[in-house]
Write a protein that binds this ligand. Structure first.
Ligand code: MN
Length: 715
């Protein structure tokens, strides 16, 4: 059983002469808090925090981590709080203890492998300090070491969780000894029969193997010494899990597992590594295809080493790993090596293997704390992801900054398209809300909801963006196609031809191919977009006799009546050199001939004409904009509304009416009323033929003493 003195000894081994008073206080406080509580084994609960602290101390972590390890279960299992821990032991310790407590609350319900991966990432993402994760792993290790005290059902699910989540996590952090022990213990509880059988087999020839290991070490060491290298050689029988893994992967029996033995050469420099490799290959026959250069190409967790397998003198396959001392530290302790390195050994030979740590530490000493290092590790492992839960407890990983809309599209594109609202952790939130790690998100859908263009500003994931764009494009295409059909239909009607007939007889299809479109739908959509002129299509499909006989009597719909009134007989608008368009004048700005205008291909209303200066027009989709000009022959009359403020009320109407009359402008409607400041406000509606005529009128009105100000109104 671990005592606090053991923990302190382990700590002082790595950091001689350090202050241990906070560790002692943390121990006393934790023991008092857990007093009377028992482990499942019947032992006092305190043995567990002590054992965890011991693991942490042996890993060389700092004093904060050791205090946190001693206190790691106090917030969860005793009546203390984060605030109390912060007050008694400082906010650094409280932060780690609180973090470990939060991780303990995440329950991993086993689903598929990809779920496990997301859970692993969630755990890391939720640890705002990498020490949280390491204490949590140490906690899990001690619980695994004492798992036999638990009930059999509990053993299996804890062991499974360890295999799926915690062992791979320790691998990601590069702590290989921890990974291998967690894997071994998981195997023991998940497949007890196989584990026992394997353990027996391995035990049976353990003695011969040990002898072989000693002999090989001597031989290797002598070879290295003779060549003048200072290096140390270690050898071991691989652990049961890695032997088991090999058997599983290759479908082998234990007897056929060849390289159950692993040797390590730890040397001074990187160039020694390669030289020693050459030396070994000249003494023993290398097995082809088994050489791996993890120095040139490190593993994602920064593991570096040269691996080779050679055939020993007795024909036995032997795996040899060659690395420098620095590489060895990282290989064994991974992220945890950071603390050892920081405190300990800056004078040793430097190699590339440690550069990533060194750079981080150097940057960090300027910033002054270890957060940057921790962030770098995290960024390195997981980049920009955020992990959130579905109501069923599945984890989804999204880009950082993702909103409920991203989440909805991650579930299903239909859920995304119909996403009408969201609840996060049970609370209704706006769709622009940024999701945080661990959020539980519930999407409210509605059959009436449609993706809106402004969603594109809210989403972060490319999946959502693509789906929204696709939806909007399809919607726009449907509308453009309708506009296109209408334009052609109306054009044809003037010649007394039916659109449906042209469709049925395949005339439209041949027009489509003549105009180099894949099909009729594409052609209609392009007409709707204004990319192709309706007249060009009509010219193409009209029978010769009709084309030569321009229309006279035409059936008119309401829109055509307006157009006729507006632009006939000469036509008023020219679009890219083409007249006879289905046009409407926008009511918001009611443009006049002579004014600078712009057209907009609308959904189902032909082309709507705005003044170029109209603020509404500026917001319209640039893709649907059409360049239009007034026809020089335009003689149509256009409505104008003016609001006049006048000096007084009586007699003004008569005076102003005379000005209109003098310019030959008919007033359609007029209304005057007092504005309460002994002035009058008059509204006039009338028709003018163009901007020149309106300007004439305005000048004349301004010259009148009665008129104080003039304003042109829309509509
Ligand atoms: Mn614990």
């Amino acid at each position: 059983m671990v005592r606090i003195d053991d923990v302190i000894d382990a700590y002082l081994m790595k950091r001689p002469g350090s202050d241990i008073s906070r560790i002692q206080r943390a121990y006393i406080y934790s023991a008092k808090q857990h007093e009377g509580q028992l482990r499942k084994s019947g032992e006092p609960y305190m043995i567990h925090p002590l054992a965890v602290a011991q693991i942490i101390a042996e890993m060389g972590l700092d004093e904060t981590s050791i205090c946190a390890a001693l206190l790691h279960d106090t917030i969860e299992d005793t009546d203390t709080t984060k605030e109390v821990v912060a007050r008694l032991f400082g906010s650094d310790v409280a932060l780690v203890v609180d973090g470990v407590t939060k991780l303990s609350k995440i329950n991993f319900t086993r689903r598929e492998e990809r779920q496990a991966e997301s859970f692993r990432k969630l755990l890391v993402a939720m640890s705002n300090d990498i020490r949280v994760l390491i204490v949590k792993l140490a906690d899990r290790l001690h619980n695994m070491r004492t798992l036999h005290h638990m009930k059999p059902e509990a053993r299996e699910s804890i062991a499974q969780e360890t295999r799926d989540i915690y062992a791979p996590l320790s691998d990601r952090l590069g702590i290989s000894w921890l990974r291998s022990e967690l894997d071994n213990l998981s195997l023991k509880y998940l497949e007890p029969a196989k584990y026992e059988e394997l353990a027996k087999k391995v035990d049976k020839n353990r003695k011969t193997r040990q002898a072989f290991i000693q002999k090989t070490i001597k031989e290797l060491q002598a070879t290295l010494n003779a060549a003048g290298y200072s290096a140390r050689v270690t050898g071991r029988l691989k652990n049961l899990f890695s032997i088991y893994e090999k058997m599983q992967a290759k479908g082998l029996d234990y007897a056929d597992v060849q390289d159950a033995l692993a040797f390590r050469v730890i040397c001074k420099t990187m160039s020694d590594c390669y030289a020693i490799l050459g030396l070994i290959h000249s003494h023993w026959v290398p097995v082809p295809g088994r050489f791996k250069d993890y120095i040139a190409m490190p593993k994602p967790n920064h593991y570096q080493s040269l691996h080779t397998t050679v055939v020993g003198k007795g024909g036995e396959r032997v795996e040899i790993q060659i690395r420098t001392e620095d590489m060895h530290q990282i290989a064994e302790y991974g992220v945890a090596a950071h603390w050892t390195y920081k405190e300990g050994r800056p004078s040793g030979p430097s190699t590339d293997a440690f550069n990533w740590l060194r750079e981080l530490i150097e940057n960090q000493s300027e910033v002054g704390d270890s957060d940057e290092f921790l962030d770098s590790v995290r960024v390195d492992l997981f980049r920009d992801e955020v992990f959130v839960f579905t109501p069923k407890g599945d984890v989804k990983s999204l880009r950082k900054g993702a909103t409920p809309i991203d989440f909805a599209y991650a579930i299903h594109s239909e859920v995304g398209d119909q996403c009408a609202g969201a609840r996060v952790n049970g609370v209704q939130v706006p769709l622009r809300t940024t999701l945080k790690n661990g959020d539980m998100v519930d999407i409210v859908t509605s059959k009436n909801q449609r993706p809106s263009p402004h969603w594109l500003d809210l989403v972060k994931t490319s999946r959502a963006r693509t789906k929204i764009r696709a939806y909007l494009r399809a919607e726009q295409r449907t509308q453009s196609r309708q506009v296109g059909q209408e334009l052609i239909e109306k054009g044809l009607r003037r010649y007394g031809c039916s659109f449906n007939k042209m469709m049925k007889t395949g005339k439209l299809a041949s027009a489509a191919s003549a105009l180099k479109f894949g099909n009729v739908e594409d052609l209609l959509a392009s007409v709707g977009y204004g990319k192709v002129e309706a007249n060009e299509v009509i010219d193409n499909i009209l029978p010769d006799d009709k084309r030569d006989n321009p229309p006279d009597a035409v059936k008119e719909g309401p829109i055509e009546k307006v157009i006729r009134k507006v632009k006939r007989p000469e036509g008023g608008i020219v679009l890219d050199g083409l007249d006879n368009l289905l046009v409407q004048f926008a009511r918001c700005c009611s443009p006049l001939p002579g004014e600078d205008i712009i057209g907009y291909v609308s959904h189902g209303r032909g082309i709507v004409i705005h003044r170029r200066s109209c603020s509404k027009a500026a917001m319209l989709d640039p893709e649907r904009r059409a360049q239009v000009q007034w026809s020089s022959k335009a003689v149509s009359l256009r409505p104008v509304n003016l609001k006049l403020t006048t000096s007084h009320q009586t007699g003004v109407l008569a005076n102003v009416s005379n000005i209109f009359k003098a310019l030959n402008i008919n007033i359609n409607a007029a209304q005057c009323e007092p504005n309460g400041h002994s002035q009058g406000v008059c509204h006039f509606s009338f028709m003018v033929k163009d901007l020149t005529q309106l300007n004439q009128l305005v000048r004349a009105l301004k010259q009148s003493k009665d008129v104080l100000s003039i304003e042109r109104l829309p509509g």
